[in-house]
Design a binder for this molecule. Sequence first.
Ligand code: SF4
Length: 63
Amino acid sequence: MRIIVDEARCEGYGFCAEAAPHLLELDDEGELTVLTEQVGQDERADAEAAVRVCPVAALKLAP
Ligand code: SF4
């Protein structure tokens, strides 16, 4: 499973990075980086939490 960022939507709020700091990182300029190419089963709950907390629905999970 992968985390897909819709960069056009992302406003750099960073809630996702707070929910899953080992999966997502927001830099000082508000650029979001996905840290993990493949989300493992043990990280799935955190990835889903990150998707849920984004206020502009800029994240989704793909197989
Ligand atoms: S919470 Fe949403 S808008 Fe904020 S950095 Fe994450 S993906 Fe972007």
